[in-house]
Design a protein around this ligand. Sequence first.
Ligand SMILES: *Cc1c(COP(=O)(O)O)cnc(C)c1O
Length: 401
Amino acid sequence: MNHSEHTLPRKSGLATTALHAGRRMTEERENSPALFLNSSFVFTSAAQAQAIFAGSEEGNLYSRFTNPSVMAFEERIAALEGGEKALATASGMAAITTIFLTFLAAGDHLVMSRSVFGSTTTIANTLLAKLGIKTTQVALSDLDAWRQAITPTTRMLYLETPANPTLELADLQQLAQLAETHRLLLVVDNVFCTPCLQRPLELGAHLVVHSATKYLDGQGRVLGGAIIGSQKLLMDHVYPFIRNTGPSLSPFNAWVLFKGLETLPVRIEKQCDNAEQVAQFFNQRLSSGQLVHYPGLPRHPQHALAARQMRRFGAIVCVDLGSLAAAHRFIDQLQLATITANLGDVRTLVTHPATTTHGRLSPEMRAAAGVTDGLVRLSIGMEDIQDILADLDQALARVAS
Ligand SMILES: *Cc1c(COP(=O)(O)O)cnc(C)c1O
């Protein structure tokens, strides 16, 4: 295949990287990426087929293994995260499951934050437990709890920061030190931040995992996932797992995500601008017994850590309105924000975690994850800020009345 690959000037900024990394051009000289919507690739001879199968010659073979559209997305997300290599998967959960099944075996122990995505906790407690892999869940920000949970069979530390939906943080540098001392793999789900706001690999994490379904697409179109890290971890370990078990990303979704990444830096900037104003609004407007969670507010308990570890504070704002009735009433009064379980969209979205994303957890587990009945999660979009604030204002007024 006569591909010319585009080379990016070294040390480009994030916006340039998002626009240029992973670009390739066929002999048709298209200026926007072609979509390779095909399952297999043609060999020029039986001998070439043999060589590519044996790995002595490079080349595409079958889209469960590699596909140019998928590789373009992988190169772009790897460049943005500052990783040597990325491998894409069909969804965020496929990426997380791939990491667990690649790096953990029967008898191994996993230490995981208790504030992780609901399905991540579910696969630890069901699939991993069934395979003889034990999990201990700890409070995200309690470094001593992480340290005490480590046993001689521990292999991996796994977390998200900031956590969903409490927006509590973990100190990634401290956890990286702990991982190094005990020779553990540190895995960070970077969905809430994206590489525009936080780069875990630079702080000592070994693997970053993404649900590309959220901010990376940003427009609510496709599912996707990615795993980013060193060439060695990805190609020696993760790649054989994906190649043989097939949680591979669809070329079409990869093509959508590749274009989605081009606007990620501008989207994130605008969404952070809006979220900061929404947090300020709630900070001034909420009455006693109500609370706003946002790492950008000086009274967030980990504001200093957030300022150090994150470039900006993200576009998720959570409010505790005091009761389930108040939360549901507020959500039902919103006109601009749509009620959906997704996040990271260009449009403002609203969710009631206690009765949706965290509804299957026991009340004790919900309490441990900080999900109170009154909590409302807002994923702030790119609408004009005065329209977002007007919508929140009228809904809040009706909760009070
Ligand atoms: C959505 C999400 C996931 C799962 O991703 P899917 O693409 O839905 O499979 C994992 N982690 C976080 C933080 C998420 O928000």
